[in-house]
Design a protein around this ligand. Structure first.
Ligand code: PBG
Length: 333
């Protein structure tokens, strides 16, 4: 009796179901759809400004008036939502531009809402784009003061909700930020505004191009005292549990491809919608390789997005959103 099967009676003939495109489509386990893709947008002051971001070819800083055309493009592409980031005209040590009634993202929200009443609007809630020092919270001496930052994030969330955000997405990684924002929104009669919590956010080198895009690099120090150590996976699950207990409606894992293990673990742990953020550095590295002819842009982008969905993401925030939505509509995989 031999343990090796002969080549003619193998039990697994995986190739049978890979033979034709039709068979492959029939048994495909993971499908991307434009509805699940979220396009980040960077808004800056001015008129008729469409400024390409050096470290993120194909992405632009737009003035509010340019958003009407952008909304039409995104609607045609069929993307599920937009996520807004702002570059304010002025910065200060508190980040007061984050809650100004006429702040840059507040203006953008009003413009987009007027242009398309049905577009789902997500506003990032953080101070780093608005503080002169570039940190996500305010300083007390040499450290970022967690508890003094909470009311400022809450105030920003209320202001963004008043300007039309359907969802606010706190990304500052301050402890207790979800509870503080939920309480403030409810106190202002904004019970219907949802919170997408950046729950498990690593202090990642892959955010580099974003800091160029949003002019939000810390002037000194780094974000390691508030963002998570990329070496930690179990801690990411504790962060997710904490944000759910504080009232998050959805949670996010960020970055995406470097954290697929966390995404898969989070999927097994909660039934709330799970988002993944394919961040600026993930986009920039694929785009740079494609520009050099080293990768097929479409194939590599769709494969990476499919992997993120396969690991468990219900929605994916990606700089490829509009482009991928067009690919998927024209020529489904
Ligand atoms: C704000 C914020 C950042 C990103 C999303 N929200 C920058 C950071 O934490 O340094 C990064 C997104 C990206 O790299 O695409 N705190």
């Amino acid at each position: 009796m031999t343990l090796t099967r002969s080549s003619v009676d193998v039990a697994l003939r995986g190739r049978r179901l890979r033979r034709t495109p039709g068979l492959r489509r029939l048994v495909r386990e993971t499908r991307l759809h434009p509805d699940m893709l979220v396009q980040p947008l960077f808004v800056r002051p001015g008129h008729e400004v469409r400024e390409e971001i050096g470290a993120m070819p194909g992405q632009f800083r737009l003035s509010p008036d340019e958003l009407t055309a952008e909304a039409a493009r995104l609607r045609d592409a069929g993307v599920g939502a937009v996520l807004l980031f702002g570059l304010p005209g002025d910065k200060d040590d508190q980040g007061s531009g984050a809650w100004a009634d006429d702040g840059i993202v507040q203006q953008a929200l009003r413009t987009l809402r007027a242009a398309d009443p049905e577009l789902t609007l997500i506003a990032d809630v953080c101070l780093c784009e608005y503080t002169s020092h570039g940190h996500c919270g305010v300083f007390a001496g040499d450290t970022i003061d967690n508890d003094a930052t909470l009311p400022l994030l809450a105030r920003s969330a209320v202001s963004l909700a008043a300007a039309g955000a359907d969802i606010v997405a706190p990304s500052a990684m301050m402890d207790g930020q979800v509870a503080a924002i939920r309480r403030a929104l409810d106190g202002e009669g904004r019970q219907d505004v949802a919170i997408l919590a950046y729950a498990a956010k690593h202090a990642s080198a892959f955010y580099g191009p974003f800091r160029d895009a949003a002019d939000s690099a810390p002037q000194r120090g780094d974000r390691k005292s508030y963002q998570m150590d990329p070496a930690n996976g179990r801690e990411a699950l504790r962060e997710i549990d904490a944000d759910l207990a504080e009232g998050a409606d959805m949670i996010m894992v960020k970055p995406a491809l470097p954290a697929l293990d966390i995404l898969a673990a989070a999927r097994g742990r909660t039934n709330v919608p799970l988002a993944a953020y394919q961040v600026s550095g993930e986009y920039a590295s694929l785009v740079a390789a494609a520009q050099n002819g080293w990768l097929d842009r479409r194939a590599a982008a769709l494969e990476s997005l499919t992997a993120i969905a396969r690991a468990g993401a219900d929605l994916i925030i990606t700089y490829f959103a509009a482009e991928a939505a067009e690919w998927l509509r024209k020529e489904p995989e």
